[in-house]
Design a protein around this ligand. Structure first.
Ligand SMILES: [Zn+2]
Ligand SMILES: [Zn+2]
Length: 748
């Protein structure tokens, strides 16, 4: 070390970690002057130590370094400027301290009395930081104020700390102040060590983020602690007992926190923060659930706004912990039932892109898994439309409502189907919410090989140019020796071709309502019974249609693989995976729909969906090949399956079926009984298909009219009325004003 002419003859080295103002005071004391005397000696007449400890100007830095021989970098390390934007914030013009990014901070300095005592009043820079609350060397909580005058002290003026306005200078020796001791190996000291590690890691960006996360948790933890100390998780009990002798402040308004409060908040925040720490989720839940109770309306956006900019991993954990209290559509939007919940960030453009990857009808395999086809009033189309629309709602912001999703896909909205899929929370609904959110995320990240939107435009409309080539079909019939098909059958085959390409429903393909019993029956039988030769023809034509449009890189049909969804243990619907073996055995055995359903455990509609998904069909064998002793039913063109279909699924009466196929009611009844269908009691036939809870809720609770409800569930007005009478629910008179009882009024 060379002694330049500018150097002062006496050198007072700073102690490790010392604050610049403390060192200047000590230096001046050694020279038997005061700090301002020393500064004017260095030609720094206008400088003040309380500004210099925040940041040094170039001029100050040069003068100090020249006079003392301490390197400029070391001098800068004795100021708060390296912490600017991390744990404190500096106003550059005035070199004053602004509101710190975390905690409220104070203008004074905390202190450890033992440290002051041992060093002869040398102050650590770190005590200025709002994140310093304990002395790790002496296992003491830092003090915020002088116990004698309650001022927040500063190292300025070695002979007693700085006086407050209008008060005489206090002469209490701060080194003698009593402080709260904490266990050396305890939670408070460990928390301070962890914080110091974060501050010293030399990565400002990451430190800033971590401290922000910890502060948010700490602040909420303190608020919860004040309102609900009772249900404190056990593992926090010991930690907080360390601070029993230090009362914890309620954070509010403009007052700043003291060391004990910062220590308490930090200890709890750290216990919740690291998901590798045992019990961290318990602590996090305690914070988030307690915090949520402070809200009058606890919508996720209200609650989450107060968590501000949490890092994505912590936000994800906070969302997961909020999951049990969220409404289903929020669970879908935030993905809280999945392993990576997140604030929805999908823009309209993202959602429009996702919509191109979604068919109007949920993919058949996913429908089998997600829709409970045994539920009362199960209707495949509304359920499948709704599942598809929920794929768009998932991970979408709240501003993108369910009707927007339906409009984007061009499908009807069905409140009833939403209610069935996402009603009260249970295992099944959890699975829907989880699976749909994961599928949506899968589409966003993996994409779909099929652009359904383009296909809907090309093949989906009633005036689409693609039609089944009837010439080729006629040739095929000739070769196979089949009767030439009727116009109705050909129309169904054409719809089959276009539904295979687009994943759309019959009504939108045909441009008019296609839900009459005859159409539905014909369609359903076709899906189950289609001859493989005809299906091959249709698949070839589908490929040709794609080729004609220059679409060469898309498969004809695709579904998201089951691996896209994890963590769902039981499906609300059924599981068709692993049934291939069973089904191969039945294939070609002339099995009826009922037999296939019985062998697989699948419902009728799920068998057909399985056929849609896999291309497997179960064609009827020609008569001469039928099994011996199989009585030929006298039911006209309609085989046992179709009969059952009409009766069980379309819910037609026996009389109607008999009329439809031109036979007598006794033949129909006999045939149904023969195939094992339980006949309904006459007169009370349809009650089973109306969900009583739903009816009570809508009719009694929401006071909707029978006519509306009949339209919604697809039953007739009189069927509903009969069902209500059966349950003993009194009906309101027709045309009665809601909530007004009209008595003794003769019907007009
Ligand atoms: Zn100490
Ligand atoms: Zn004092």
């Amino acid at each position: 070390m060379t002694w330049s002419p500018d150097r002062m003859p006496i050198f007072v080295p700073p102690i490790p970690g010392e604050a610049l103002d403390s060192w200047i005071e000590a230096y001046a004391f050694r020279l038997r002057i005061n700090a301002s005397g020393l500064l004017s000696f260095l030609n720094l007449n206008r400088s003040q130590t309380r500004r210099m400890v925040v940041a040094l100007t170039e001029h100050e830095l040069g003068a100090l370094s020249r006079a003392t021989g301490v390197a400029p970098a070391d001098l800068t390390r004795m100021t708060l400027s390296p912490q600017d934007g991390i744990s404190i914030a500096i106003r550059p013009q005035t070199r004053g301290l602004a509101r710190s990014p975390t905690w409220r901070g104070t203008s004074g300095s905390r202190y450890c009395p033992s440290c002051l005592h041992e060093t002869g009043d040398r102050w650590q820079l770190r005590w200025r930081l709002p994140w310093s609350f304990a002395c790790r060397q002496h296992s003491l909580l830092l003090l915020d104020t002088c116990p004698a005058c309650e001022a927040r002290p500063l190292p300025a003026s070695r002979h007693g700390h700085a006086p407050s306005l209008g008060r005489i200078q206090c002469t209490h020796p701060l080194g003698d102040s009593p402080a709260v001791s904490v266990p050396g190996g305890g939670a408070v000291i460990a928390a301070q060590a962890r914080i110091d590690e974060i501050l010293d890691a030399g990565d400002p960006e990451s430190a800033r983020g971590t401290l922000h996360d910890l502060y948010t948790l700490a602040w909420k933890a303190l608020a919860v602690l004040h309102s609900n100390r009772m249900e404190l998780p056990d593992l926090l009990g010991d930690a907080l007992r360390e601070l029993d002798r230090a009362p914890i402040l309620l954070l509010h308004g403009l007052g700043s926190e003291d060391a004990a409060t910062a220590a308490t908040g930090t200890v709890i925040a750290l216990a919740a923060y690291d998901d590798q720490t045992p019990g961290s989720s318990v602590v996090l839940n305690w914070i988030t659930q307690g915090d949520r109770q402070r809200f009058v309306t606890a919508t996720p956006s209200n609650v989450l706004r107060t968590y501000r900019r949490l890092s994505p991993p912590l936000m994800s954990r906070v969302l997961a912990s909020l999951d049990p209290g969220l409404q289903p559509h929020h669970r879908l939007r935030y993905g809280t039932a999945t392993s990576n919940p997140a604030i929805p960030k999908a823009s309209r453009a993202d959602l429009r892109r996702r919509a191109t990857m979604i068919p109007k009808l949920m993919w058949p395999s996913w429908t089998i898994r997600l829709a409970d086809s045994t539920a009362p009033n199960y209707q495949p189309y509304p359920q499948r439309w709704t599942l598809s629309s929920l794929l768009l709602v998932a991970r979408a912001p709240v501003s993108f409502a369910h009707p927007h999703a339906c409009a984007m896909l061009g499908i009807p909205t069905s409140k009833r189907a939403v209610q069935m899929l996402l009603g009260p929370q249970d295992e099944g609904h959890n699975a829907v919410v989880s699976a749909v959110a994961q599928l949506a995320a899968g589409l966003d990240s993996e994409g779909s090989p099929i652009n359904y939107e383009r296909r809907r435009a090309l093949f989906g409309g009633p005036d689409a140019a693609v039609r089944l080539d009837s010439e080729l079909h006629r040739d095929l019939c000739k070769r196979q020796g089949w009767r030439p098909p009727g116009a109705r059958h050909l129309r169904l085959l054409d719809l089959y071709l276009r539904s295979l390409l687009t994943g759309s429903d019959l009504t939108s393909l045909a441009g008019r309502r296609m839900d009459s019993p005859t159409v539905c029956t014909g369609w359903n039988v076709l899906r189950f019974r289609m001859d493989p030769a005809i299906r091959q023809l249709i698949v070839r034509q589908a490929q040709a249609a794609l080729d004609d449009q220059g679409i060469t890189n898309e498969p004809i049909f695709w579904e998201p693989p089951v691996e896209w969804v994890t963590g769902v243990t039981s499906w609300p619907g059924q599981d068709s995976d692993g049934l291939d073996e069973v089904l191969r055995r039945i294939e070609g055995a002339d099995a009826s729909l009922a037999e296939v359903a019985a062998a697989t455990g699948l419902s009728f509609e799920n068998v057909r969906l399985y056929c849609d998904a896999t291309g497997t069909t179960f064609p009827e064998l020609p008569r001469q090949d039928r099994r011996p002793n199989d009585p030929t039913p006298r039911v006209g063109d309609l085989g046992a399956d179709r009969l059952r279909e009409l009766y069980v699924e379309q819910q037609l009466s026996i009389a109607k079926i008999a009329k439809l196929i031109g036979t007598s009611t006794s033949v129909v009844r006999g045939e149904l009984t023969r195939t094992g269908v339980t006949l309904h009691q006459q007169g009370r036939r349809r009650e089973h298909f109306i969900d009583r809870k739903w009816f009570e809720h809508e009719y009694l609770g929401r006071r909707r009219t029978l006519v509306e409800l009949a339209a919604e569930c697809g039953a007739s007005h009189s069927t509903l009325a009969r069902a209500a009478a059966g349950w003993g629910i009194p009906l309101r008179p027709r045309g009665a004003q809601p909530r007004l009882k009209v008595q003794n009024q003769p019907e007009p």
